[in-house]
Design a protein around this ligand. Structure first.
Ligand SMILES: [Ca+2]
Ligand SMILES: [Ca+2]
Length: 201
């Protein structure tokens, strides 16, 4: 009898390859940001200016009335999430993308994550797929404005006809007029097949 394999071994030739996954429940990737080395495991990275980039963090953020007080997975000071800090040096209209780099196209997936958009100067969070061959971007949703001080779940079916070629998943947000606009995400999971019993977001 094999030992339970909790490791995610989906990475082949630098690309997430669902057929190579050994984890249970059809998980392609799962990022709760609790381990520093998940930066390698999930291969997430931030695209944009250095002064405004998605960063791993725990506890509350540096300004009152924006950002979460705790992460989603654990729910206390010690839990980690990834966020965009609106304080300086960030500037008005800076944009940053959180990117999961590469999935095999022309297959069905379920993508779920938790987001936190609290603050009077929140602008938007856009979730999109980018075809790595054609560079065409397909926006799946755009969440606008202050969503109060709580975590919300987003669920997406990625049907096989949406992206024919290998693709990346991106989450983009924009820094608003002032400092009360921290965005956070946690507990991202991509599984093979469409979402079970869930509604499309
Ligand atoms: Ca977490
Ligand atoms: Ca804060």
């Amino acid at each position: 009898m094999e030992a339970e394999d909790k490791s995610i071994t989906c990475l082949e030739n630098g690309k997430w390859e669902p057929a190579g996954c050994s984890i249970k429940d059809n998980v392609v990737i799962a990022c709760d940001f609790e381990e520093q080395d998940q930066k390698n495991l999930c291969q997430w990275h931030s695209v944009g200016k250095a002064r405004y980039s998605w960063t791993r963090h725990n506890g509350e953020t540096g300004t009152w009335f924006t950002g979460p007080d705790a992460d989603h997975s654990i729910g206390d000071y010690w839990g980690h999430y990834v966020y965009l800090e609106a304080n300086a040096p960030a500037e008005h209209q800076d944009v940053a993308q959180f990117v999961l780099p590469s999935f095999t196209g022309n297959q069905e997936y379920c993508f779920q994550f938790w987001y936190h958009m609290y603050g009077s100067q929140i602008v938007y969070m856009s979730v999109y797929l980018q075809d790595l061959t054609t560079k065409v971007t397909t926006e799946m949703t755009r969440i606008l404005g202050n969503q109060r001080n709580s975590w919300h779940q987003a669920t997406f079916n990625i049907t096989s006809d949406v992206v024919q070629n290998d693709f990346s998943i991106g989450i983009e947000s924009e820094r608003g007029l002032g400092t009360k606009g921290d965005y956070a995400i946690d507990d991202l999971i991509v599984t093979k097949g469409l979402c079970k019993g869930s509604q499309e977001h």
